[in-house]
Design a binder for this molecule. Structure first.
Ligand code: DGL
Length: 276
């Protein structure tokens, strides 16, 4: 009887454990928001690796090393599952990461090529993403698998992530930079654009101003949140309440993250320094 109670306590403790989420910086907050909407009572721990942003210009080996440091840190804080809220880190490191942590449920993300191929009306899809994602073998495999019937035009966006990290979502410089990235896709007739980096959904209001009204924007974050929900459910790990809390860390300036949180997360929250 006492043993059974011990097992029940351990199960309930595992269910109440937090989910770890990280990105190279603040971009993953767009995914964290969807996770909170989909799973409002889960406790969430978020690491913005802004001291090492942008991942899009770094080597896969460097990104893997960052992923391991952050995963070890989150495991020390007792996470029950991990979300790589970063297309670039997923492309570079999700396979070796799963091999290194075989007992940890890991959800990665990739540009939404399959939904975009289904959504396009004229067969032309543009992908806005980092250089690292677009150059990866994982992205090439994704195109082979889901884009044989459509034309996919890729557009790397160097410099854009840094604007979003600084909370510059609508100033003239960001507008000009973004315009320079989307115009070639419009010129080539794309009617559907994939936001293939988790930072870019924060530019949706600006994109809506720059794009004709009939251009469709496709973002993977809601699907990632649903995938996390399925995975937790399948393992009996869904939290049962009370209401969630969210904790934040940054490997760069904690003041900077605290300053952009109201804009990107919708409320203030204390930010801790992640020194690894
Ligand atoms: N937010 C990240 C992504 O989804 C990467 C941004 C970067 O650090 O280059 O790809």
């Amino acid at each position: 009887m006492a043993d059974n109670i011990g097992i029940l306590d351990a199960r309930s403790e595992a269910r109440q454990a937090p989910v770890g989420v990280f990105d190279s910086g603040v971009g993953g907050l767009s995914v964290l928001g969807e996770i909170r909407r989909c799973l409002p009572i889960e406790s969430l721990l978020y690491v913005a690796d802004s001291g090492h942003v942008p991942y899009g210009e770094k080597s896969p080996a460097y990104i893997f090393q960052r992923c391991c440091r952050i995963t070890d840190f989150l495991l020390e804080h007792g996470i029950k599952a991990l979300v790589l809220a970063c297309n670039t880190a997923t492309a570079a490191a999700v396979a070796p990461l799963r091999a290194r942590y075989p007992d940890l449920p890991i959800v990665g993300m990739e540009p939404a090529v399959k939904p975009a191929a289904a959504a396009t009306r004229n067969g032309r899809v543009g992908v806005l993403a980092t250089t690292g994602t677009l150059n990866s073998a994982k992205f090439a495999a994704l195109l082979d698998r889901f884009a044989s019937d459509v034309q996919v035009i890729t557009q790397p966006c160097p410099g854009l992530v840094e604007r979003i990290e600084a909370g510059q979502l609508a100033d003239p410089q960001t507008r000009e930079l973004l315009h320079g990235f989307v115009q070639p896709l419009l010129d080539q007739g794309c009617d559907t654009l994939i936001l293939g980096c988790t930072h870019y959904p924060f530019l949706k209001p600006l994109l809506r101003e720059l794009l004709p009204a009939d251009i469709q924007l496709i973002d993977t974050a809601p699907a990632v949140a649903r995938q996390l929900q399925r995975l937790l459910q399948a393992r009996g790990l869904l939290a049962s309440g009370p209401a969630h809390d969210c904790r934040f860390w940054s490997s760069a300036s904690v003041e900077q993250l605290a300053q952009v949180l109201p804009l990107l997360w919708g409320s203030n929250a204390p930010v801790n320094y992640f020194s690894n």
